[in-house]
Every structure is written in C-alpha cells, then in structure tokens.
Design a protein around this ligand. Structure first.
Ligand code: SF4
Length: 96
C-alpha cells in the first residue's frame, strides 16, 4: 500500500509563537514603534522610550525578562541600562 503525503497551504503557513516564553512581547506598547526607539543613544531618547513603556500591559514581565536575561542594552520594562544595573545591585544586596 502506497501512502500519499498531502501538504496543504494551511500546514505550511508560519504559526504565531503564542506558546513561546516571549509571546508577551507581541502585546507590548513597543510593537507599534521601530525597535531603534528602544535603543536610544541619549537621555532624550531614553525618556521617549520610557514614555511608551508607561502603561504597557506587560511592563513588569518585560522588566523581569531583561533582569533575568541580563540584557544590558536598551530600554526594557520602562528602565534604562543604568536603572537595571541598580536594580540588580540592590537585589544582590538583599540576597547576600
Ligand atoms: S515595557 Fe516597554 S519595552 Fe517592554 S514590552 Fe512594554 S513597551 Fe515594550
């Protein structure tokens, strides 16, 4: 008996990454802006990115992700690189 393999267009369509651990990224306020907005080169740019983060439905998740993954660059969870370093330093002080 010969089996026929039938592949439909539906099967090869890229699937959304809903079950991905980073699926929350798709619901952040930043999805409407160019990624470069969140990698500013000056304080004005940081403030602009922070303003977009303000009120983001996944702000806490985003910040924890950046802290856990030790992401050094860019604005994540409404924080700058320097602010995240301070948070991590404070946390180390608490657990030490
Ligand atoms: S907190 Fe900011 S960087 Fe994080 S998902 Fe929301 S808008 Fe994007």
């Amino acid at each position: 008996m010969k089996l026929k393999l039938q592949v439909t267009t539906e099967q090869v369509k890229p699937q959304p990454f809903d079950d991905s651990p980073t699926a929350w990224m798709g619901t952040g306020n930043c999805r409407k802006y160019p990624p470069t907005t969140f990698f500013p080169s000056d304080g004005v740019g940081v403030d602009r990115a922070r303003a977009i983060c303000k009120g983001c439905p996944v702000l806490d998740t985003c910040l924890e992700y950046a802290l856990t993954e030790r992401i050094e660059h860019g604005v994540w969870g409404g924080t700058s690189e320097r602010e995240r370093r301070r948070i991590l330093k404070r946390r180390r002080g608490i657990t030490a």
